[in-house]
Design a protein around this ligand. Structure first.
Ligand SMILES: NC(=O)c1ccc[n+]([C@@H]2O[C@H](COP(=O)([O-])OP(=O)(O)OC[C@H]3O[C@@H](n4cnc5c(N)ncnc54)[C@H](O)[C@@H]3O)[C@@H](O)[C@H]2O)c1
Length: 423
């Protein structure tokens, strides 16, 4: 689909982004129309209207969704987000993304996503807990370690996962830790989960450097977002000798072309609440910092930051997409034209879902791995997946994103063909 002429609201619509990448990969794979219809359609969309008593005694009704896009390769897997602007369209698009992401890293899951329309900033802890528990209870027949395994996403965290696990377990009459991932360590969480996505980004970036015979010590990195993914990637990359030249937050950026001391910047933010005013870097305007000349640009904040309106200003050799959907499909063409080596989100940030898979495995075994084993196995999967995507791209003469989608669609389509269609 030619998306370059789309108005920006459409260009940044997640459903359009997912469709456009799907269409290109499906056409190149020459998938037949019937298979395309199956892969394009979510297998289940569940909408629930959940009554919840607020702290002041009023009764409110919240709308929640769970979309299971595919269960062809295993149980559905994907996060649950809370937010005032959650829509079924968005949840549906993100569910299909999860199917492709799990297939790219070849873990035995399908894809799902969930959301509840609510504003967590306006709700008390008790209200959030009651929403979570009732949402889980309504979805009882659809969730489960063998059916659908949620995880945290925007505005949900390990505490919300603990409530889901407890509610599910109360209904099951026994403790079922494997029903969700991203749980607290005390309740069956995995070692290494907090660092997993940033670690995955670091592993695939090191692979890209090796490909181009580049050395971390002379590699400059600009990171947008200093939260879980960006913060961990910055910490781990700095440890491997990369020069972290800029860290960008929504309110400003810290810049030092000789490399920022990440541990000291984290300490500074802990003390002051901001990355600005740090003695080891200059303050910079956040809207300009993304366009600094660098070897690696790692967007790890929000979606749609690289669009057809600004992609020509990117001056990086490698784009490692830590965030989900940081690049619109219209911007893809521009980045390809500029010969930027893109490590697409469904590969670059798959370290998180990979360690979620390890968490699910450990919960089912009731046997927990040490952190070194988690990290070694993560490295194996990220390395194999990077090699698979890059060799697929070279073989089929397509960019890495199209290659990742082709690989994923091919794997899911093969699973469907092998299983056959149950009539
Ligand atoms: N946490 C994971 O394991 C994981 C896994 C896969 C993908 N992701 C994706 O990575 C992205 C970041 O997730 P996270 O868990 O690190 O979130 P987070 O909330 O921990 O961190 C996000 C950071 O980005 C900053 N930020 C927000 N808007 C910004 C903007 N416009 N410009 C610059 N900085 C901005 C925030 O202040 C925050 O520091 C999201 O797209 C998420 O879906 C996360």
């Amino acid at each position: 689909m030619a998306t370059t002429t789309l108005p920006i609201e459409q260009e940044t619509n997640p459903w359009i982004a997912a469709e456009s990448r799907f269409d290109e990969a499906a056409a190149r794979l020459k998938l037949d129309d019937g298979m395309c219809k199956v892969l394009r359609s979510p297998s289940k969309e569940i909408t629930v209207h959940i009554p919840v008593q607020l702290d002041d005694g009023r009764l409110e009704v919240f709308t929640g969704y769970r979309v299971q896009h595919s269960i062809a390769r295993g149980p559905a897997k994907g996060g649950i987000r809370f937010g005032p602007d959650v829509t079924l369209d968005e949840v549906r698009a993100l569910a299909s993304w999860m199917t492709w992401k799990c297939a790219v890293v070849n873990i035995p899951f399908g894809g799902a996503k969930g959301g509840v329309v609510c504003d967590p900033n306006l709700l008390s802890d008790g209200e959030l807990e009651r929403i979570t528990r009732r949402y889980t209870a309504e979805l009882m027949d659809f969730l489960g370690p063998e059916r659908d395994v949620p995880a945290p996403d925007v505005n949900t965290n390990d505490r919300v996962m603990a409530w889901i696990m407890d509610t599910y377990s109360m209904h099951s009459r026994h403790t079922v830790t494997a029903v969700v991932t991203g749980k607290p360590m005390e309740l069956g969480g995995s070692r290494g989960r907090v660092e997993a996505t940033g670690r995955g980004c670091t592993i695939v970036t090191l692979k890209a450097l090796k490909k181009f015979a580049m050395d971390p010590a002379s590699t400059s990195v600009v990171i947008q977002g200093f939260g879980n993914v960006g913060g961990m990637a910055a910490k781990l990359m700095a440890r491997r000798g990369f020069k972290i030249a800029a860290i960008i937050e929504y309110y400003g950026a810290a810049y030092n072309p000789h490399g920022i001391d990440i541990a000291a910047l984290m300490e500074h933010r802990k003390e002051t609440g901001s990355i600005l005013g740090f003695s080891g870097a200059e303050d910079m305007d956040s809207s300009e910092a993304m366009f600094l000349e660098c070897d690696v640009l790692l967007p790890a904040a929000v979606e749609n930051v690289i669009t057809s309106r600004n992609a020509d200003r990117i001056r990086a050799k490698i784009l490692c997409e830590g965030a989900n959907g940081p690049t619109t499909s219209a911007a893809d063409e521009i980045l390809t034209g500029k010969k930027i080596f893109v490590i697409p989100d469904i590969l670059a940030n798959a370290g998180g879902v990979t360690v979620s898979y390890f968490e699910w495995v450990q919960d089912r075994q009731g046997f927990f791995w040490n952190e070194q084993l988690v990290n070694t196995r993560l490295e194996e999967i990220m390395t194999e997946s990077f090699d698979a995507v890059v060799s697929y791209a070279e073989k089929h003469k397509v960019n890495n994103r199209t290659a990742a989608y082709m690989l994923a669609l091919d794997r899911v389509a093969s699973a469907i063909k092998l299983r056959g269609i149950y009539a």
